[in-house]
Design a protein around this ligand. Structure first.
Ligand code: GLY
Ligand code: MN
Ligand code: MN
Length: 463
């Protein structure tokens, strides 16, 4: 946790940003049952609640009174029965002190205050309820249908929270480095342990264990696969074979719940083949070129396009693309190989604040999201500011269905050598991803260095 005043200062900043009156309600998460009530998924606190109220425990809520200028924490002390089964817990008095709240009370009183405010017509500002149980509780308190409760969130509150959470303090960045360094251990261990004939699940299990040993968990379900061209591949059932590439996109959350999100791609054999090296170097060059440009005032959209041009140019040198590189990228032809965005904000969430609206996080009036294939998946386009933390993760993939589909239409045929591309249709995919803080003058890659150059990766693969 951060200092008690850190939480109080965040709430004060929120109050000063809100022009409306009324109350702000920030819900914590509930336990989520896997198959019956007492058998739960690992608990994950709501990130907005963590940000403003810090308590990493189920069944709490906070009410910030914009008229009175105070904040109250609601939750229950553990009953004796719960202590028998779950042990002692921090008391509500201690929790309230730990976050410098103005008052505390039982959870049910919090719900009653929301009901009473609704009854009196006091504006109630809340964030989008991405969990159904929260939407149901809200609907009940507001006297509305669940659908109305889901849609009735406050745009003003979302935008104020985004403005606050987008700028990470030095203390937050320290927490993110803890996450990245545990993530580094995961990736290095995986590079050292992989062998042909293992299941992908061997690597998935290995890295998840390291995340838990770091007193966090995985920040998102890991991608550990020889089919790296399937962008969100969460299956781990394949046996690895010599000559294949292995893509590992895995990140730990720190004990304080900040996320790491790192991808490395390495050979199942101890060395890359020559063609794998060629493609890997193109992806690495495209990542480094984009990273080198990062600084306050620079549009991340431009970093994406820089990366795309390095990819198109590299593929042209290898005979897979052709024509004018700038024109190819403007037309979106490179998206056959790089169909996703260069990166996204990261923080308490791996895709930070995506519950609050992706476009409000990553775009603004000056920079609007494109609808072009590939570019439309870019989650962050706007100008960077000191304190932003984001990922840079270009990739190059041979997706058989996409190649066959585009080839059949001869889509962008002036820029793509389909016959040459088809010779590598079973290649798989390569992505390289790092987490980067924007500083006053430029950028800083978070954490200790993680093997990335070809020679560094091969050295770890050879033990
Ligand atoms: N691991 C999800 C992502 O890279 O965006
Ligand atoms: Mn990412
Ligand atoms: Mn990732």
């Amino acid at each position: 946790m951060f200092s008690p005043n850190a939480y109080a200062d965040r709430r004060k900043a929120l109050m000063s940003m809100m022009e409306s009156d009324g109350i702000v309600v920030i819900f914590g998460n509930e336990y989520s049952p896997m198959n019956y009530e007492d058998n739960i998924y690992p608990f994950r606190q709501d990130s907005n609640f963590l940000y403003f109220a810090g308590i990493n425990d189920a069944h709490h809520l906070m009410i910030i009174d914009l008229n009175e200028g105070n904040s109250k924490l609601f939750g229950n002390d553990r009953s004796l029965d719960h202590i028998v089964w779950m042990g002692e817990a921090t008391s509500m008095a201690e929790k309230s002190t730990a976050i410098n709240a103005d008052a505390f009370a039982d959870y049910q009183e919090g719900l009653n205050e929301i009901r009473s405010a609704a009854h009196r017509g006091i504006p109630i500002h809340y964030l989008p309820p991405y969990r159904h149980d929260r939407a149901i509780i809200l609907a009940d308190c507001l006297g509305k249908s669940v659908a109305e409760a889901q849609q009735g969130y406050s745009e003003e509150l979302c935008k104020a929270v985004i403005r606050l959470r987008s700028i990470k303090s030095d203390a937050e960045i320290k927490e993110m480095e803890i996450a990245v360094n545990t993530t580094r251990d995961m990736h290095h261990a995986a590079m050292e342990a992989l062998a042909a004939g293992q299941l992908e699940a061997d690597t998935a299990g290995l890295v998840e264990g390291i995340a838990i040993r770091g007193q966090g968990r995985l920040a998102y379900p890991c991608i550990a696969t020889v089919n790296g061209e399937i962008l969100h591949n969460h299956h781990h059932h394949n046996l690895t074979q010599e000559g294949q590439l292995f893509l590992l996109d895995a990140g730990a959350s720190s004990p304080s719940q900040y996320a790491g999100d790192i991808t490395r791609t390495f050979p199942v054999s101890t060395k890359f083949t020559d063609f794998q090296k060629d493609i890997y170097q193109v992806v690495l060059d495209s990542q480094m070129a984009a990273i080198a440009k990062l600084r306050p005032g620079y549009r991340f959209l431009e970093a994406h396009l820089t990366s795309a041009k390095v990819i198109a140019s590299g593929l042209k040198d290898l005979g897979l693309m052709k024509g004018n590189v700038d024109e190819a990228v403007a037309a979106g032809a490179h998206a056959l190989f790089f169909p996703h965005g260069l990166g996204h904000m990261i923080g308490l969430d791996v895709h930070d604040m995506e519950d609050l609206n992706e476009d409000w996080v990553g775009y603004n009036d000056e920079v609007q999201r494109s609808d072009q294939f590939g570019l439309r998946s870019l989650r962050l386009g706007k100008e960077l500011e000191a304190g932003h933390v984001l990922t840079v993760e270009p990739g190059l993939y041979f997706i058989p269905a996409l190649i066959e589909g585009w080839a059949a239409e001869q889509k962008h045929a002036e820029f793509i050598n389909y016959e040459a591309v088809k010779q590598h249709i079973d290649f798989g995919g390569i992505r390289i991803e790092d987490n980067i803080a924007i500083t006053q003058n430029g950028y800083r890659i978070l954490g200790d260095p993680i093997a990335k150059k070809i020679a560094e990766v091969e050295q770890l693969r050879q033990g």
